[in-house]
Design a protein around this ligand. Structure first.
Ligand code: SF4
Length: 407
């Protein structure tokens, strides 16, 4: 099979892996010698955040989509009837360097189906990174998906060459993993994550400590393949952040695959559910929210409104908040005020009283924020908060879909 054909198969097979992607990317087309390469939605390119916060483009491919495992939710499982291909490590190196030199990418995200054994597969992944770094002096970003059952020495070697490592937790609940991916071992996954955490922390201990995955580790969870609700999903994420110091948990909405098992749902969950989970995850990581505050009882997040607004509407007695007096923690709980805005407000109020016009200048969504705050020039008392229709007024208006009559 030609290299170009393999790229088509193995970039397509990698698209189910969300764990390198930045969410919220806009569609962007670019024509070029390699067709859609360079498009945010197209063949082989994903976006990720580098340790310095830059959004970078990565060549996102699988080494192979052959797999000896049969995880029911996976299009590349052993029993799946898909076109298969396999790169050699040298081919991946050639492609990466070719795209890198033409400025299409700033790095590589490499995952793989499991071939022969977890150790053999991991050796091949490590070989790609080692060749890039040691033989070609590659300075770009490398994200390797690791195989949890592989020998710890191989994971240790992977961390020497990669910027980021990830191990997919796959499903939010251990019993679901046993049911849908019986060859995977939930304990081995957690053990490997713990191992990576220790090595990443050791590497931070001093300038002389050996380099190890400086951009940390991440994981991916499939949403909607099992019956776990959003509270359960967020509880798992919270444990993962606390226990393994993960940089990110990625949520990937389950997509029905051809010839799938009866154990799987027939329909994908609504995409907005994935979006709400990312928002809730953001609240846990940057806004000091606990899972029980975001989803107070077992169940799912509200799909109509974002989780911070949902929390504020359930906790109206905490408002209005005086932006000139409230502490940072409380300001972060105001719907419509983000972390950067709150920090700017704190800095403004050191030398003057904050007024509505200051919020306008900071591009705060005034209609959303107004019922929850008071400023130097606007005292509202509680009346807007007591309105029964407040939720309806603040929920985004449904959008009229346009029909493309020319299509
Ligand atoms: S091990 Fe990975 S590639 Fe193989 S079937 Fe399971 S999820 Fe798919």
């Amino acid at each position: 099979m030609e290299l170009r054909e393999k790229l088509e198969v193995l970039a397509d097979a990698a698209k189910y892996d969300a764990s390198c992607a930045s969410s919220g990317t806009e569609k962007r087309n670019s024509a070029g010698a390699m067709g859609a390469i360079g498009s945010t939605e197209g063949m082989g390119i994903c976006h990720a955040y580098a340790p310095d916060g830059r959004c970078i483009s990565l060549l996102k491919i699988l080494l192979t989509n052959f797999c000896i495992y049969d995880c029911l939710y996976c299009v590349n499982r052993r029993s799946s009837n898909v076109r298969r291909a396999r790169f050699t490590p040298e081919e991946v190196v050639k492609l990466t360097l070719g795209f890198y030199r033409r400025n299409y990418i700033e790095g590589l995200f490499l995952s793989s189906g499991i071939i022969q054994s977890p150790d053999y597969t991991m050796e091949q992944l490590v070989r790609v990174a080692k060749l890039l770094r040691e033989e070609h002096g590659f300075r770009g970003y490398i994200h390797l998906k690791t195989i949890p059952d592989a020998a710890p020495e191989l994971l240790a070697e992977a961390g020497r060459y990669a910027d980021r490592l990830s191990i997919n937790i796959e499903l939010p609940a251990e019993p679901s993993l046993g049911r849908l991916a019986p060859e995977k071992d939930a304990r081995a996954i957690r053990r490997s994550m713990g191992n990576l955490r220790l090595r990443i922390e050791e590497a931070k201990e001093g300038p002389k400590a050996p380099r190890f995955a400086p951009a940390g580790q991440s994981t991916q969870m499939i949403v909607g393949a099992d019956g776990t609700d959003d509270r359960g999903i967020l509880a798992t994420s919270s444990t993962l952040y606390a226990g393994y110091r993960l940089r990110r948990v990625y949520y990937s909405a389950f997509s029905p695959i051809p010839d799938s098992s009866a154990a799987l749902p027939l329909q994908a969950p609504p995409l907005v559910r994935e979006n709400r989970l990312y928002q809730a995850d953001w609240l846990m990581r940057f806004y000091g929210f606990e899972v029980a505050e975001i989803v107070p009882e077992s169940g799912n997040l509200d799909l109509q409104i974002d989780p911070k607004l949902a929390w504020a509407l359930r906790n109206r007695d905490r408002f209005p908040v005086d932006v000139n007096l409230a502490d940072r923690e409380l300001l972060l709980r105001v719907p419509g005020l983000g972390v950067r805005t709150v920090d700017k407000l704190l800095s403004i109020r050191r030398h003057k009283a904050v007024r509505m016009e200051d919020l306008g200048r900071l591009r705060v969504p005034l209609a959303k924020v107004a019922p929850f705050i008071v400023t130097a020039d606007r005292q509202i008392g509680r009346s807007p908060l007591d309105r029964l229709d407040l939720r309806k007024r603040l929920a985004p208006k449904p959008e009229q879909l346009s029909l493309d009559l020319a299509a």
